[in-house]
Write a protein that binds this ligand. Structure first.
Ligand SMILES: Nc1nc2c(ncn2[C@@H]2O[C@H](COP(=O)(O)OP(=O)(O)OP(=O)(O)O)[C@@H](O)[C@H]2O)c(=O)[nH]1
Ligand SMILES: [Mg+2]
Length: 195
């Protein structure tokens, strides 16, 4: 999809600041440093829409992006960052619980995992939210350019198994560097958002 407009609507610290909007929403989640900002930039064709940096897990806000007045992307702060306090972990859990339980615009979860590593407990927890609230999921395995061709099939299979993906839960190999997977990602997003 050719994106014309991609705008940050608000960085919301709490429910009161979630935007009033009827657009269907796609939650984008993943561990810190998984390549989420690079992913958002790659699929929207922007260079600096979402900040790409070396300091992982800084934001604790839900970032709502208006995509062509058609979808809202809800960028979740990267989780699984070791330096979080227990209070911060609880606050994060409450923020996500609040969103999934109460936001009627939610339509799907797109979760990013690093193609070189097995998913974490936090990834599984995020997936559980989606399954519990019965919203469709799409998994994106990032940084495939860093995976040796001979190991690729095995890695992807291991990720599928670790997440216990069902046959209708798609796993898309992706690289922000080579742009592998951009078309497949849009195909899935459109499917999730428009059914
Ligand atoms: N080789 C390669 N590097 C990538 C890819 N995607 C992201 N990176 C690198 O991985 C690092 C983290 O990327 P970000 O896009 O900032 O990741 P993030 O998940 O948004 O990170 P935080 O928001 O800080 O948690 C950066 O150094 C990126 O350049 C990719 O597809 N291939
Ligand atoms: Mg980021």
């Amino acid at each position: 999809m050719q994106v014309q407009k991609a705008e940050l609507v608000i960085s919301a610290p709490n429910r009161e600041s979630w935007p009033e909007s009827a657009l269907p929403e796609l939650v984008l989640a993943g561990r810190s440093n998984v390549g989420k900002s690079s992913f958002i930039n790659a699929i929207t064709g922007r260079k600096k829409l979402a900040y790409v940096g070396n300091t992982p897990g800084k934001t604790r806000l839900l970032n709502f992006f208006n995509i062509d007045d058609r979808y809202m992307f809800v960028d979740v702060p990267g989780y699984g960052f070791a330096n979080l306090s227990k209070a911060q972990l609880i606050a994060f859990g409450e923020m996500m619980e609040d969103y999934f339980a109460n936001r009627i615009q939610k339509k799907g979860l797109l979760m990013l995992v690093d193609a070189r590593h097995l998913p974490s407990e936090d990834d599984l927890g995020m997936l559980e939210y989606a399954r519990y609230y019965e919203i469709p999921v799409c998994i994106v395995a990032t940084k495939t350019d860093k995976v040796q061709a001979s190991k690729r099939y095995h890695m992807l299979k291991q990720i599928r198994n670790a997440l216990n993906l069902k046959s209708d839960e798609v796993l898309i190999p992706f690289s922000a560097q080579t742009k592998e997977g951009v078309d497949e990602v849009w195909e899935q997003i459109i499917k999730i958002m428009e059914t």
